[in-house]
Design a protein around this ligand. Structure first.
Ligand SMILES: Nc1ncnc2c1ncn2[C@@H]1O[C@H](COP(=O)(O)OP(=O)(O)OP(=O)(O)O)[C@@H](O)[C@H]1O
Length: 247
């Protein structure tokens, strides 16, 4: 259903010498895969590649049994994109359209009937508690509400593949739980999901297989760039005598 063979993906050079990892995976219909790994491990790059937002330079990829590798045709890309819902880390919206009209866009693009569009949009606005924002413009939404709107837009057409980047899974526990239970419902009808996060949630809500990125072993020295090595000087702003300068 989703297969990747030796697909080159970028990763931070502190994690993978040369900055390129080769990723292979096979994911059946209706399965959920947690994609995990430290910062710069290539999680977003993997989701963007499967969302067909990045070109595949080498290796092989099939999505929904269609060739989506380096020789993908424009027609296949367009048809596949209509069956993929991607909840990005920082979702973009059409700012001149209302939240409701943004959420309805995937159905408009699938040429659904006006009656279906109205019914499904109302239903998903309610499902993600967005009724009060339906006539607002995206620029007026809080970060959590933007992510709720992105979830509604990504799921309104009941996609066959759902891709979720970290913020929708970590910014707000209520949103994460609601999203995961929605994805579990879709999975029963065959939707395949990839969920990217640096650390896996501890709750019992965790279901599915795990893919650890990067696929190459980190270099032995400095495996976590967020932990300063011994002897590294702290920035001057953190020196005690500078504290009075802080706002
Ligand atoms: N188009 C590109 N060309 C080259 N390198 C890239 C490209 N896009 C991303 N990278 C690099 O690939 C690495 C992985 O980036 P990516 O955003 O996939 O990481 P991530 O695992 O999602 O990290 P985080 O958890 O911080 O979001 C980073 O080092 C990034 O700078």
């Amino acid at each position: 259903m989703i297969t990747l063979e030796m697909l080159p993906l970028p990763a931070g050079t502190s994690l993978v010498p040369g900055g390129v990892q080769l990723v292979s995976l096979q994911l059946e219909r209706g399965k959920t895969l947690w994609v995990t790994g430290p910062a710069e491990a290539g999680k977003t790059a993997l989701l963007e590649t499967i969302a067909l937002r990045r070109p595949v330079a080498d290796g092989a990829m099939t999505l929904l049994n269609q060739d989506a590798g380096p020789r993908i045709t424009c027609r296949t890309r367009k048809l596949l994109q209509q069956r993929i819902g991607y909840i990005e880390a920082a979702p973009l919206f059409m700012d001149r359209l209302t939240v409701a009209d943004n959420i309805a866009l995937p159905l408009e693009m699938n040429h659904a009937s006006k009656a279906d569009i109205r019914r499904e949009t109302e239903s998903i606005l309610q499902w993600f508690a967005l009724e009060d924002h339906a006539r607002s413009y995206p620029a007026t939404l809080s970060q959590t509400a933007r992510l709720r709107a992105a979830c509604a837009r990504a799921l309104i057409a009941q996609p066959s593949i759902v891709l979720v980047d970290e913020p929708a899974l970590t910014l707000c526990a209520g949103l994460r739980n609601h999203l995961l239970s929605t994805i579990r419902g879709l999975a029963r009808n065959g939707t395949t999901a990839l969920l990217a996060t640096q650390t896996l949630p501890e709750e019992a809500s965790l279901e599915g297989d795990i893919l650890n990125l990067p696929q190459h072993k980190p270099s032995p020295e400095n495996t976590d760039p967020s932990v300063p090595e011994e002897g590294v000087a702290a920035p001057r702003i953190l020196v005690t005598k500078d504290e009075r300068l802080l706002p």
